[in-house]
Design a protein around this ligand. Structure first.
Ligand code: ZN
Length: 193
């Protein structure tokens, strides 16, 4: 079963989501929700899904970057993005406690802003504290694409969308991104835009 993913303009996408208590996290209601969100993320398909995207203002997101998604990229593109597979996991009440000064810019999309993409600068390395699906505290050190996914999903829990950070002039349809820009190095894209 899958849930409907809400699109840009839904007020819930702009709210600050509510933190979950330990009791709420281990409740069957939230455990069932996590399963539904996982199924919905796979179906989309996407590498992350935050609860506000399915209409619930809760500090909860699911993440998984599957190896099959890497097939659309060359080895050079994966290296440039520092992208490799990330196992399924859940982040609850997350907080970014450290960010590198270094930022990197790549095209980024969102299941709530389809079918568009744009260049979004993100911190290369971050440290996140959160709870997992068993309400246990977890510290995550992430870099590269995984750090980007975490920043994207945590933004959702604060009512922020990737278009709020998008490089002006780089917002475009995914179709045109594939047609004109996908193969170009980012520095060249920025130059041409
Ligand atoms: Zn998103």
């Amino acid at each position: 079963m899958k849930l409907k993913i809400l699109q840009l303009g839904e007020p819930v996408l702009r709210q600050r989501a509510k933190e979950l208590t330990r009791e709420e996290i281990i409740s069957s209601k939230i455990q069932d929700l996590i399963q539904l969100m996982q199924d919905t993320m796979y179906d989309a398909p996407g590498v992350g899904l935050a609860a506000p995207q399915i209409g619930l203002a809760l500090q909860l997101a699911v993440i998984e970057d599957r190896s099959q998604y890497m097939q659309n990229f060359t080895a050079a593109q994966l290296t440039e993005r520092e992208r490799s597979s990330v196992a399924f996991h859940v982040i609850i009440n997350p907080e970014i406690i450290r960010r590198s000064n270094e930022q990197v810019e790549f095209f980024e999309g969102c299941l709530s802003i389809t079918p568009f993409t744009g260049l979004v600068p993100r911190n290369l390395v971050i440290t996140v504290t959160c709870l997992n699906e068993r309400a246990e505290p977890v510290t995550i050190e992430a870099r590269g694409w995984y750090a980007r996914i975490l920043q994207h999903e945590i933004d959702h829990l604060h009512g922020t969308l990737c278009i709020d950070h998008v490089r002006p002039r780089s917002f475009m349809t995914i179709e045109n991104y594939m047609k004109y820009w996908k193969e170009k190095p980012i520095a060249e894209v920025i130059n041409l835009l």
